[in-house]
Design a protein around this ligand. Structure first.
Ligand SMILES: Nc1ncnc2c1ncn2[C@@H]1O[C@H](COP(=O)(O)OP(=O)(O)OP(=O)(O)O)[C@@H](O)[C@H]1O
Ligand SMILES: [Mg+2]
Length: 248
């Protein structure tokens, strides 16, 4: 897929779990190369929204277009989208019985049909990029949380995605490991990746985000460049949220 100028387009998205509605007419357009930080209180629908973007969750109404392709229920469509959209989770989700290198080559070999040699060479490039090539032969259980998360980022990048989704990638990490992961994410942003990051790392948001999207109770309440959002939030709910997480 060629990256069109609009990477993601969400129109009037509604999502229910059973009869419980968790997303209410969400609209969001993300340009190619844009970096979006999504924040908001627990249960506001942040994870659900980004999981809808790579079909980890179904939506009930509205449309989602990723790189110009509208998401539907056909398997080819789902596979096409997942090839282009990488995702990094809070809890790394590496395969524990596979080495770091094997974790990285699995999907490119199965899905992109790369031969092992090409896949391994590419994996090493990305492991170098996340500053962990020396751990290629180690198992995830032998790595620190920060190292595992950097491997998870490298693994996602091995698929050469056009878009990267992050769901609280640092919130399970000890403080000293947060910065090493944020550093890798910042470099990725500087390289021009389209990124949607659910995070409450507000320093990262200020530095990297083109836009901050604030969600509450299943809706986008406010969308603004970080300087505006942090220094001059318009909505009461954004103000309350910011004063809670920034402690003033
Ligand atoms: N698999 C599920 N089945 C039923 N309800 C769910 C499921 N996953 C999430 N929900 C509900 O959907 C709503 C939004 O949840 P979501 O996980 O998207 O919130 P969030 O903003 O990511 O919260 P957090 O900051 O705690 O991660 C919540 O009310 C939650 O209870
Ligand atoms: Mg969440």
């Amino acid at each position: 897929m060629k990256q069109p100028s609009t990477a993601v387009e969400v129109v009037n998205l509604r999502k229910f779990y059973g009869s419980h509605q968790v997303l209410f007419d969400v609209n969001l357009t993300v340009a190619g190369g844009e970096k979006i930080v999504i924040c908001g209180p627990s249960g506001s629908g942040k994870s659900t929204l980004i999981r809808c973007l790579n079909k980890l969750e179904d939506h009930q109404s509205g449309t989602i277009r990723v790189l110009g392709t509208e998401l539907n229920d056909e398997i080819d469509n789902i596979n096409e989208v997942r090839r282009e959209v990488g995702m990094v989770f809070q809890h790394f989700n590496l395969f524990p019985h596979l080495t770091v290198l094997e974790n990285c080559v699995l999907a490119p070999m199965l899905v992109r049909k790369q031969d092992r040699k090409t896949a391994e060479a590419r994996a090493m490039t990305y492991l170098e990029r996340v500053k962990i090539p020396q751990k290629a032969g180690a198992y995830p259980g032998e790595l620190s949380g920060g190292q595992q998360q950097r491997v998870a980022i490298a693994r996602a990048l091995c698929m050469k995605p056009e878009i990267m989704l992050f769901d609280e990638p640092t919130s399970a990490l000890d403080p000293e490991m947060i910065s090493e992961v944020l550093e890798v994410m910042t470099e990725l942003a500087q390289d021009g990746m389209t990124m949607l990051c659910v995070t409450h790392e507000m320093g990262f948001a200020r530095k990297v985000a083109d836009r901050v999207v604030f969600m509450d109770k299943g809706s986008i309440v406010e969308e603004a460049p970080p300087s505006e959002f942090f220094d001059n939030p318009r909505h009461e709910r954004s103000k309350a949220f910011l004063s809670q997480i920034l402690g003033h």
